[in-house]
Design a protein around this ligand. Structure first.
Ligand code: PLP
Ligand code: MN
Length: 372
């Protein structure tokens, strides 16, 4: 028999089972407003990275607030987003290998708004050939951006001759239309020293915009110059030649970003957890471990900072406190702040969004598990 547990809009958070992923709508909306108020006046396109929210509903909320489209990291995320009704998407990872390229062609047949990046001649050629064999799409070239390595050394053609050679190659491919360049400075997002982050970001932006200029001089069409994350968007926005920004984490934040860039944006998402066992005078166990909170960027923190979290494996975590702190008891509930927001959200099926403790909206995590 199906469970009778079915949380609904209008219920209070107390009615939720745990662990549950909780969004404070007042805080989330304030984060969106802050970002839009600071960046929209620059005239740049805001194309938020949806690898954070994984939600078409939230993508539409961001568009309502002024964003133009969104980014996804992977092709399978694009498939899920389009199925959920949002298709103005840039896929920011390279699409390599016949299975993925064929999936791209299928997706592009239905969704002509999809944009992609390439960083190799082989990758571009494979996509061009696959599109050429698809009867309906072969006369409608897919919009492509050159992915440039601006210092992250993750993907991207190298500046100078390599990226020019790639552009020349793309020009020979009739099913690809070059529209711009992407250069993501992911290695700088979490630098704690703001001046250092700014200085190195501006260096990366110089590489990006200089490359765009060189490409234009050679006659290439570079309308879109896209870059930036939560830690650097404000600096990228000051650089003439940048046209589009891709911040993602600002909407919810996490402890890693808070420690790096401060509290301009607040932690609007928590994992509601329950104390399930008492293990000592000043230690309890909660029902949130690796399966509900990631640890790659350090441990999550209890919203009430008097309780210190420790991971106790897949399903469990500990909370310890100093003498004099009110004790936690079996059945008590705590809010845990994730240390790395994107992979933490990937562990949950739904968001419960509340205002002052009353659930106002429930959103599916549309691209959960879409790692391909
Ligand atoms: N753009 C690209 C290509 C990314 O990989 C990421 C995050 O990893 C972002 C933008 C968004 O960055 P953040 O979530 O740090 O704002
Ligand atoms: Mn991340």
């Amino acid at each position: 028999m199906a469970s009778c547990y079915s949380p609904s809009v209008g219920d209070r958070l107390e009615s939720l089972d745990t662990p549950s992923m909780i969004v404070d709508l007042d805080l989330m909306e304030a984060n969106i407003k802050k970002l839009m108020d600071s960046l929209l006046p620059t005239g740049l396109n805001i194309r938020p990275h949806l690898k954070t929210t994984k939600s078409a509903i939230l993508a539409r909320k961001l568009v309502a607030a002024g964003a133009k489209g969104g980014c996804v990291a992977k092709l399978s995320e694009a498939e899920a987003m389009t199925s959920a009704g949002f298709d103005d998407l840039l896929i920011t990872c390279e699409i390599i290998g016949a299975p993925k390229v064929n999936r791209l062609v299928d997706l592009y047949k239905k969704h002509r708004n999809i944009r992609i990046v390439v960083d190799s001649e082989a990758g571009a050629t494979a996509i061009n050939n696959a599109l050429g064999q698809a009867p309906k799409v072969s006369d409608d070239p897919i919009h492509v951006l050159l992915d440039l390595d601006v210092g992250l050394h993750r993907t991207g053609a190298k500046p100078g001759e390599p990226v020019l050679a790639l552009a020349r190659h793309v020009r020979t491919l009739k099913n690809l239309r070059l529209i711009g360049i992407q250069g993501y400075e992911g290695h700088l997002q979490h630098l704690h020293d703001r001046e250092d982050r700014k200085k190195r970001c501006l260096e990366s932006m110089k590489t990006l915009t200089d490359t765009a200029d060189v490409l234009r001089k050679e006659g290439f069409n570079i309308d879109v110059v896209t870059t930036g994350g939560t830690g650097t968007a404000e600096f990228c926005a000051t650089v003439p030649g940048v046209t589009e920004l891709q911040p993602g984490s600002f909407i919810f934040m996490d402890t890693d970003y808070r420690n790096a860039i401060g509290t301009l944006y607040s932690n609007s998402l928590t994992i509601l957890s329950t104390v399930i066992s008492k293990q000592g005078e000043r230690q309890v166990t909660i029902d949130s471990g690796l399966k509900s909170l990631t640890t790659d960027s350090g441990l999550a923190e209890c919203q009430n900072s008097r309780y210190e979290y420790g991971c106790l494996g897949d399903e469990h975590g500990s909370l310890n406190w100093e003498e004099g702190t009110p004790e936690l008891r079996i059945g008590d509930r705590v809010h845990m702040i994730p240390s790395h927001i994107d992979p933490t959200i990937n562990l949950h099926d739904v968001y419960y969004a509340h205002r002052k403790g009353v659930i106002e909206e429930i959103w599916p995590v549309d691209t959960r598990g879409k790692v391909q």
